[in-house]
Ligand binder design. Structure first.
Ligand SMILES: Cc1cc2nc3c(=O)[nH]c(=O)nc-3n(C[C@H](O)[C@H](O)[C@H](O)COP(=O)(O)OP(=O)(O)OC[C@H]3O[C@@H](n4cnc5c(N)ncnc54)[C@H](O)[C@@H]3O)c2cc1C
Length: 366
């Protein structure tokens, strides 16, 4: 019996892979984690840029959850910095609170609405839709055409390369509309950033004598050689099956990072959305997220694109049907567990993927 046989292989050192690895290691299993990238932490990877500012290489990651169990699990590996994310949307050259709230309405239309007035305003402008199937339906149904065109239509076209009418309702349903003046992007009970960053938190998660991490290693090279007691696969499910039913579509992004040496603060909040102007969707200034003090500042612009690393599963019915075909094949792979955003072709936030990984480990250990 080769030594590898008693080892569990984990493909991917992002949330899904790292959480599974730690739980298995704590349960006494020996684990080998590989990632084809040269670093751990998956898309949550952060690092000091050339100017010493902590940045998120793959775009801004803000932790938020209502699940105390997940908060506590991660809190074993990091301390936190309290942080509530705020976003502004630029329309006709002016910044407005986003998600849309009462202040957005008052500033945009020169009104002085109170909470009941804002509710009445939405009721008057909304275009009731029944049934609500697409993202267009969701937004028109709640805020009507003008706000839809100002804040959602063009942003969605840029972000997804699709019209909101071509996307499932769930995409827009994630963005609330408020009659109060709450301008926080998230309203979860727990909202915070790992005090020393995500990568440090992942280092702590993976710091266990039963865990061996190998970077710059592609699963394709390992699967040819190794025999493992079990494999936990967190990469794209279609790639696992060599795209035998065709490629699952993913939306990709190009991240244009920039350092501004003599600018202490570039923008008033963490993220500013540009729904209607520019090829990029948004600019994030990292110092807001991390609280870092620095004479200069670092920002990132996000340019959505069709080609490149797979970031977002595209929520359309035909894609879900294609995923189902791969999922059916995965059920026959008795020695492999598929978990994570790419393996489950699902829009998971960080807390959700931790939850999915903990559930997968429970099933595996049972
Ligand atoms: C731009 C952007 C912003 C986001 N912002 C937030 C946010 O603010 N809040 C939030 O909660 N969530 C956010 N998310 C979601 C978050 O990134 C995911 O929930 C999380 O990364 C999912 O973890 P994962 O382990 O499933 O996948 P990943 O982080 O993608 O990890 C998978 C890993 O598998 C590796 N891999 C793939 N194939 C192979 C192979 N063949 N061989 C070896 N290794 C392989 C990859 O290199 C990768 O490191 C954001 C995502 C993006 C793209």
């Amino acid at each position: 019996m080769s030594s590898a046989v008693s080892e569990i292989l984990i493909v991917g050192a992002g949330y899904a892979g790292s959480v599974v690895a730690r739980e298995l290691a704590d349960a006494g299993k020996r684990v080998r984690v590989i990632d084809k990238r040269p670093h751990i932490a998956g898309n949550a990877f952060d690092e000091l840029d050339a100017h010493g500012v902590l940045v998120h290489r793959y775009g801004p990651h803000i932790f938020h959850t209502n699940a105390e169990r997940i908060w506590e699990w991660l809190s074993r590996f990091t301390q936190w910095r309290e942080y509530e994310h705020r976003v502004r949307g630029v329309v006709d050259g002016r910044e407005y609170p986003f998600p849309i709230n009462r202040d957005t309405l008052n500033a945009l239309y020169g009104l002085d609405l109170d909470e009941a007035g804002a509710a009445a305003f939405f009721e008057r402008v909304r275009e009731p839709r029944e049934p609500v199937r697409t993202s267009e339906d969701v937004v028109l149904n709640s805020v009507g055409r003008d706000l839809y065109e100002k804040f959602f239509l063009h942003y969605t076209r840029k972000q997804w390369g699709l019209d909101p009418s071509e996307l499932k309702a769930g995409v827009a349903a994630r963005i609330p509309v408020r009659t109060n003046t709450d301008d926080r992007y998230f309203t979860d009970t727990f909202q915070a950033m790992p005090k020393l960053g995500y990568t440090k938190m992942f280092e702590a998660i993976l710091d266990h004598p039963n865990i061996r991490v190998e970077l710059d290693v592609d699963f394709e090279d390992v699967r040819r050689r190794g025999t493992f007691a079990h494999t936990v696969y967190t990469g794209p499910i279609d790639a696992y099956f060599h795209h035998c039913h065709g490629r699952l579509p993913y939306r990709s992004l190009r991240f244009a990072h920039e350092h501004l040496p003599d600018v202490a603060e570039y923008q008033s909040v963490g993220t500013v959305n540009y729904p209607n102007d520019h090829a990029y969707t948004r600019i994030t200034e990292f110092k807001h997220l991390t609280g870092q003090q620095h004479a200069g500042t670092s920002i990132v612009r996000e340019y959505p694109q069709a080609e490149g690393d797979p970031y977002y599963p595209i929520p359309r019915t035909e894609n879900e049907l294609l995923f189902k075909r791969y999922e059916a094949m995965s059920a026959d792979e008795r020695d492999v567990t598929f978990v994570g955003r790419l393996a489950q072709y699902r829009y998971y936030n960080m807390d959700q993927v931790v939850g999915a990984a903990l559930a997968a480990v429970r099933r595996l250990l049972d």
